[in-house]
Write a protein that binds this ligand. Structure first.
Ligand SMILES: C[S@@+](CC[C@H](N)C(=O)[O-])C[C@H]1O[C@@H](n2cnc3c(N)ncnc32)[C@H](O)[C@@H]1O
Length: 257
């Protein structure tokens, strides 16, 4: 479903939240680090650079993404695995669990957080970032087109990503005994190129929709969406301004006493 090349467009804008998340992770020498929903693995490799003594696991359920990750030259202590986060578990407790722009594809964040916290060692850190732009015009317009009678039946079971509120994440993680640092950032990206917002969405949000529709209905879906996006996000001569909100959570599990 994922296309590493399309996802690589706008790479700098997509990378920045990862580094802003990692800047708040208070770990100095973790033994075992995992990057869940690691995509093409370039950001996973930066974890190995930051913690030169650690073993680093990148996990993703997309064959295309994992094969791209496996093509990168990497030290022996970095491994990539094809697995679904809904079920994956490491062979030893994790000292740092990072997930950048992936958990919004998984349902039931209350159950998910409990499971992920159970994978972390005492004194370990859970750090994740999820998009929080589901109420922005881009996503409302996708929903509008999804609901048209022509497309709705084929898309009925296609999951829409979702993020919970900061208060939800804080409440659930503190109830599990973690100390939580949570915040939201709105980035005003100025995207280059024609139909830039559509190009951005083709890298992520629209992937499951196009996969379910197939090539010809997929084209029809894009032909319907394109003019709506052009109107909602007018292109200026210097690029197309595109507001994108993201939520960040860094939670520290207390050390065993
Ligand atoms: C938007 S990409 C982010 C990739 C990478 N973390 C980054 O920041 O560049 C989301 C990734 O999550 C992965 N993903 C989505 N659902 C998943 C699941 N249930 N199990 C494992 N990976 C999943 C996708 O295959 C995709 O590579």
């Amino acid at each position: 479903m994922w296309d590493p090349l399309q996802y690589a467009h706008f790479r700098d804008a997509r990378k920045r939240p990862f580094f802003e998340l990692l800047a708040r992770v208070p770990a100095s020498a973790p033994a075992l680090v995992a990057d869940l929903g690691c995509g093409t693995g370039d950001l996973t490799l930066t974890l190995a650079e930051r913690w030169p003594g650690s073993r680093v696991l990148g996990v993703d359920s997309s064959e295309a993404m994992v094969s791209e990750a496996l093509r990168r030259p990497a030290p022996e202590r970095v491994r990539f695995e094809l697995a679904d986060l809904a079920r994956w578990a490491p062979s030893a407790p994790l000292d740092v669990l990072v997930s950048n722009a992936a958990l919004h594809w998984l349902p039931d964040h209350a159950a998910l957080l409990s499971r992920l916290v159970g994978l972390i060692a005492p004194g370990g850190v859970l750090a994740f970032q999820v998009p929080a732009n589901f109420e922005e015009p881009s996503h409302r317009l996708i929903d509008e087109v999804r609901a048209l009678p022509r497309f709705a039946p084929a898309l009925a079971s296609v999951r829409r990503g979702h993020a919970e509120s900061l208060a939800f994440y804080e409440a659930h993680l503190s109830a599990l005994g973690l100390a939580v640092d949570a915040w939201e950032t709105a980035y005003l990206h100025v995207l280059p190129g024609e139909d830039a917002v559509l190009q951005w969405l083709l890298g992520t949000t629209l992937r499951p929709v196009l996969l379910a529709l197939g090539p010809s209905e997929g084209e029809a879906f894009l032909d319907t969406l394109r003019p709506l996006l052009r109107q909602a996000y007018p292109a200026a001569s210097h690029g197309t301004p595109f507001l994108f909100r993201r939520r960040f959570v860094v939670a520290l599990r207390p050390s065993a006493s």
